[in-house]
Design a protein around this ligand. Structure first.
Ligand SMILES: Cc1cc2nc3c(=O)[nH]c(=O)nc-3n(C[C@H](O)[C@H](O)[C@H](O)COP(=O)(O)O)c2cc1C
Length: 208
């Protein structure tokens, strides 16, 4: 019996149909990729469209003064993080082992209550958070503040005032209080002598 090894007539058509299908799948993938890049470019906000909020906690007014200058320079809204129970000067005595601030700063789980939850974080893209350095860290009321709102997708820029210390392990300590989808940038520690020009130079460098 003779058997033919020649491909049947229909075989060629099937092959070319397969190639056509693969081509159109490939072209569809390329088109989807191009479209998604385009829509990302459309939704990404320019620096000018980013909404900025300056927030701060200040026990004796030094950080408040920096925050007010910063919000003026940035033309940004400002929000004060107020403790539910204000700190007295006895509370702030770091020489006293029994003072409120010493006790709070020794307990990583302390979360001093905040007076209100009106910061409207959802309206902003970049949130500056300012505070005095206490025991080389942010006061634990900043952890309370971070845990009181949803900061995912937001950029937080820290600033502080101190006698002389830097941020130390501040960022590390605050990270656990917000979503992993939050970007936390260490900004700058100012002193009581910092001028408006110092703040402006720094604020501009953070925008670059
Ligand atoms: C409880 C407490 C702890 C402090 N710990 C530090 C510190 O570790 N390093 C430092 O340089 N200054 C420290 N300071 C000084 C403050 O950081 C500084 O005076 C700050 O500018 C006060 O800001 P405010 O007026 O906004 O509260 C501490 C002050 C207090 C009340």
């Amino acid at each position: 019996m003779i058997t033919s090894t020649r491909p049947r007539k229909g075989g060629k058509n099937i092959e070319s149909q397969k190639i056509k299908n693969m081509k159109s799948i490939f072209l569809s993938i390329v088109a989807i990729m191009l479209l998604s890049n385009y829509s990302n470019a459309q939704t990404k906000k320019s620096d000018k469209e980013m909404k900025v909020l300056v927030t701060y906690f200040s026990a004796t007014g030094t950080t408040k003064a920096v925050a007010e200058k910063l919000s003026k320079i940035m033309n940004a809204d400002i929000y004060e993080i107020k403790p539910d129970v204000p700190y007295t000067s006895a509370d702030l005595d770091w020489h006293d082992k029994e003072s409120r601030s010493t006790i709070e700063m020794q307990d990583k789980n302390s979360r001093p209550a905040i007076a209100d939850k009106n910061a409207k974080i959802e309206h902003y893209d970049i949130i500056y958070i300012g505070f005095p350095i206490w025991w080389h860290l942010a006061p634990t009321i900043i952890n309370t503040f971070l845990e009181s709102y949803d900061f995912s997708g937001k950029t937080i820029i820290l600033f502080a005032t101190s006698g002389s210390s830097g941020f130390g392990k501040t960022v590390e300590n605050l990270k656990g209080s917000c979503s992993p989808k939050t970007i936390i940038k260490e900004g700058k520690v100012f002193s009581a002598r910092s001028t408006e020009a110092d703040i402006e130079t720094w604020a501009k460098s953070m925008n670059d």
